[in-house]
Design a protein around this ligand. Sequence first.
Ligand code: NAP
Length: 280
Amino acid sequence: MIGHPVAHSRSPAMQTAALADLGLAGEWTYGALDIEPGDFEAEVAELAAAGDYAGVNVTIPHKEAALAIADEATEAARAIGAANTLTFRERRIVAANTDAGGLLRSLPAAVLGEPGVGGARALVLGAGGSARAVVWALARGGEGSPAAEGTPTQIPPFEVDVWNRTAARAEALAAELGGRAVADARAADYALIVNTTAVGLRGEDPFAHLPVTPADFRPDQVVVDIVYGEEPSALLAAAAEAGATTVDGLEMLVHQGALSLQIWTGKEPSLEAMRTGVRG
Ligand code: NAP
């Protein structure tokens, strides 16, 4: 994992737990490197040339630089314009974005993947880097988690509305990646609400900063807050209180991490082991 800062990252504990569960703890290790933006390219080139690294996860502020340095990129990484997973293949660097697939897999498939739910409305709050992956994924749909043991559920495409504090960024994002920018969202109208804004990270009151009130939440809604901390966020606490199904940022982190580990090892890691590792 390369980031700046990176000390707070839960990924090393999560991936180490997954590797141990896969029986790979002796052969594989997952660590964190704090690299300043000016040193990113040289550091990645060095790791790729070393020959003993399978790849790296990349987080803030390097996700765009990670795509730029790659020799090849997946469709998702190219469309989103950022990569969180680099794989070293005979000195070639392949970029992927598993935030998009991780978000879809974190959704409760039993709620959103049922036949006939296609075209459900989703409200994405925010238009920053993570919103790009979320909007791209929701507007296209794709593979979700299996509802039970067995084949993955297909999550149908959503009709995506994007709200952002700075409206022009929502407009630009929706025009590029799909969806529609909205200035005034009525949160009660949506089957799915995803908060990608940094609101809540430092204890801000979400209802003071976002176009949502606790009265908007309903039992048949799914509410996702991709920002994660020690406690359930105030947004998710209010949604759960109203009976909505909630998904926190650690669940998305687990799924994006599982997809990355699968790319590198070719094995399917245990989500339970990763959840235990990430939640400490
Ligand atoms: P970013 O590019 O900096 O975007 C920040 C967003 O938050 C912008 O839309 C910004 O609006 C909005 N915002 C900030 N303060 C606000 C306020 N007071 N009121 C309303 N909106 C506000 O950040 P990012 O890369 O998208 O990351 C956002 C969060 O997602 C981070 O906490 C990150 O850790 C988390 N994340 C989690 C996962 C996961 O796997 N769970 C993955 C990726 C990211 P403006 O455009 O108006 O400034």
